[in-house]
Write a protein that binds this ligand. Structure first.
Ligand code: ADP
Ligand code: MG
Length: 688
């Protein structure tokens, strides 16, 4: 039950021919006409002139106006790349980089990977010919390591700047610096929201180019009372819209793959029950791990007499624009990294979005005609419980990875790095301490040889350390596999609700008594021995997601090349699980926990209560000492991917972090002396 609260105003009547067109007209439009109908097109010449006049330009324009797909093309058409230099356009999300590159390749009638390509972690779809390169912000950051002056680029576009991801924020500081000694390099900072002033200020008062958007009014509805189960509420709301509202597609914002899949299942069940009593409802999910061919489905125009419902993560908030959306359902949550700088623990948490995000989401309903946004929370909650703006990622994440990267770039003075919003001091200190404990930095805070090798891997420092430690423990082949299986984001096993028992039995058949990492290793090793043509069937029979396995396989190839680059021989442990677990411990020793009362665990350093995840093969076995891969916070704090270890390994692999005394099984809860006190990693605290 909803109450209507207000109508979000549209923009001043910008004439919009596109909206009066019928679907059939639109289909007949040529690619050229489609491009020319975008809000950015009338500004093509003035935009190009502004770019020529200024080295740094902030571009602000509503989502869907054509910034991402058109600006690189305009530059290309205008001859910017004539001397063979490339244009980079960064995206905070993998899916956006791939999808936008595919679109631009189509618009330019080229094959993806030729003139237009993309580069994301573990996947490089570019060639010698590529001049328009869409890439994740993390990949551009990585390219700085190999090419600190960005000499092969003529234009860098930091797109979706308003998202303020960690990598984008670090890029701001680096590109600002590089623009000073490369006067020929153009820098474009493009953003969907109103942060332009802030960006302009950071970039020495760079001019702002505004692209007026087209926006129709959107009616906003709130629920009268809080919803107990927002997935259920979404399903009800979708069906209500479908049965009572005129034409127009629906966009639902959910927090991740699991939610999307269960919502999809519920919708399929319901629509099947209703059968021919309702019009066709086309359900299309979109999230990061979805394979590219299925991602493309969200852009397929809806046939007349049907309605499309897109179940999306935050990716549809600003990164991707889906035409034809008239209804938005916003439960008010997204999944965010949260970080406790005291304990150094990072977890993924479903959290309330900000008012700014809520308004972006609502805006998605008003692109093609007046729209409606259904918020599955109360007007009171909107007003009193949502923050105004999202917190930049740099202030809520572990900085280990970027600190390692900046150190490899020779940037030692991190306190004085040019941050748009600096990270909390203790987070920086902790990152340095962790890198010190991992052996990546020496006591002066300088990069060690190990640290330099770790920086070669596009991975978390703990994972890089684990990979490197596999050399010493003679199990590089096994660890390589484990690393790529861990990077599949828990999407290896498949557990449909109606076959949960079968799925669990199948999963249990892979269990290894020493823990989940070895279970994953089992899965991969069996998979790789199956002939390629029967792999899919094997996956289906074993309730394993074959796409995730395919991706794990690709990632493994990439990682193997990186291992070879740092001259690690690929050798198998021949089943020595102690060696394998020691190598894991060498990377993840922070994540050690000890059994306490009633099957619950306490992390060793900070005495935080955590539990073994019910899906783990160690669930209910309760070994005395365990190591986990990550923490997830749902109703409880769970360790996901856990192995059994011996406490002595901790002092063996991390002697400057763990002291035998604190691991003494009877020593109680005394807090150990930390590293990083005076004499620890070299970061001067202000005033010291
Ligand atoms: P902005 O970056 O300003 O948000 P975009 O350049 O991403 O805008 O989008 C411009 C237009 O291109 C939108 O109408 C969008 O729907 C369309 N578009 C983008 N990617 C695709 C795709 N993969 N398939 C079809 N249309 C797309
Ligand atoms: Mg864009």
């Amino acid at each position: 039950e909803f109450v209507q609260a207000l109508t979000m105003a549209g923009s001043e009547a910008v004439p919009n021919e596109m909206n009066e067109m019928s679907e059939a007209d639109r289909k007949r439009m040529t690619m050229k006409e489609t491009r020319e109908s975008l809000p950015i097109f009338p500004f093509r010449e003035s935009l190009l002139a502004a770019i020529k006049e200024h080295q740094v330009l902030i571009i602000e324009g509503e989502t869907g106006s054509g910034k991402t797909t058109q600006i690189p093309q305009y530059l290309y058409e205008d001859g910017f790349t004539a001397d063979g230099k490339k244009i980079a356009c960064t995206q905070p999300r993998r899916v956006a980089a791939m999808s936008v590159a595919a679109r631009v390749a189509e618009e330019t009638s080229t094959k993806l990977g030729n003139e237009v390509g993309y580069s994301i972690r573990f996947e490089d779809c570019t060639s010698e010919r590529t001049v328009l390169k869409y890439m994740t912000d993390g990949m551009l950051l990585r390219e700085f390591l190999g090419e600190p002056d960005m000499a092969s680029y003529c234009v860098l576009i930091i797109d979706e700047a308003h998202e303020r991801t960690l990598h984008t924020d670090i890029l701001f500081g680096l590109v600002k610096d590089i623009a000073r000694f490369r006067p020929d390099l153009k820098l474009l900072i493009s953003s969907a929201t109103l942060d332009a002033e802030k960006f302009s200020k950071f970039f020495d008062d760079a001019p702002i180019f505004r692209i007026p958007g087209r926006r129709f009014p959107v009616d906003i509805y709130y629920t009268k009372a809080p919803e107990a189960d927002y997935i259920d509420a979404c399903v009800v709301c979708v069906l209500q819209i479908h049965t009572t509202q005129p034409r127009g597609d629906i966009l639902v914002f959910l927090t991740g793959q699991e939610e999307i899949e269960s919502c999809e299942q519920l919708l399929l069940d319901k629509t099947r029950q209703l059968g021919s009593k309702i019009k066709e409802l086309i359900i299309t999910p979109i999230y990061a791990n979805l394979p590219a061919d299925l991602q493309a489905k969200i852009f397929v125009p809806t046939p007349p007499n049907a309605r499309k419902v897109v179940l999306a993560t935050n990716i549809a908030e600003t990164s991707l624009t889906i035409d034809g959306i008239v209804f938005v359902i916003d439960p008010g949550f997204n999944k965010q990294k949260s970080y406790n700088a005291r304990t150094g623990m990072e977890a993924l948490v479903v959290s309330p979005i900000s008012k700014a995000s809520a308004n972006q989401r609502a805006g998605r309903a008003g692109r093609v005609s007046p729209g409606k946004c259904f918020r599955l929370y109360t007007a009171w909650a909107y007003k009193h419980e949502l923050e105004d703006n999202p917190v930049p990622e740099i202030q809520r994440t572990n900085l280990g990875n970027v600190v390692l990267m900046l150190k490899s770039l020779g940037i030692n003075d991190l306190i004085n790095f040019d941050f748009m919003d600096p990270p909390p001091h203790e987070t920086l200190v902790l990152a340095l301490e962790q890198l010190y404990a991992l052996g990546a930095l020496n006591h002066l805070g300088e990069l060690t040889t190990l640290g330099r090798r770790m920086a070669e891997f596009p991975a978390d420092p703990m994972m890089s350390k684990m990979l490197l430690a596999s050399e010493k423990y003679k199990c590089s082949e096994d660890i390589l596999t484990i690393a790529c299986m861990l990077s599949a984001n828990n999407a290896i096993f498949f557990r449909p609700k109606d076959k949960a028992v079968h799925a669990d039995t199948a999963r249990q058949a892979f269990f290894h008594k020493d823990g989940d990492h070895l279970t994953l290793l089992n899965v991969y090793n069996q998979y790789k021995d199956i002939p390629t043509h029967s792999q899919q069937q094997w996956c289906r029979e074993n309730f394993i997601q074959s796409r995730s396995m395919g991706r794990a396989h690709d990632v493994r190839d990439q990682l193997q090349q990186l291992m070879e680059r740092v001259e690690i021989q690929i050798i198998s442990s021949a089943g020595d699980t102690v060696a394998i677990r020691k190598a894991i411990t060498a990377g993840y020793f922070y994540h050690a926990a000890k059994l306490s009362k009633g099957g619950s665990y306490k992390t060793v350093k900070h005495q935080q209560s955590v539990l073994i995840h019910p899906n783990s093969c160690l669930f209910e076995q309760n070994p005395r000492w365990v190591l986990y891969h990550e923490l997830v916070l749902t109703t409880k704090e769970y360790m996901r991917q856990t192995i059994e270890i011996e406490s002595a390994w901790l002092t063996e692999v991390a002697p400057h972090y763990y002291k035998a005394k604190e691991l003494d099984d009877n020593s109680g809860k005394k807090m150990p002396k930390g590293v990083g006190k005076p004499g620890g990693p070299g970061l001067a605290r202000p005033g010291e």
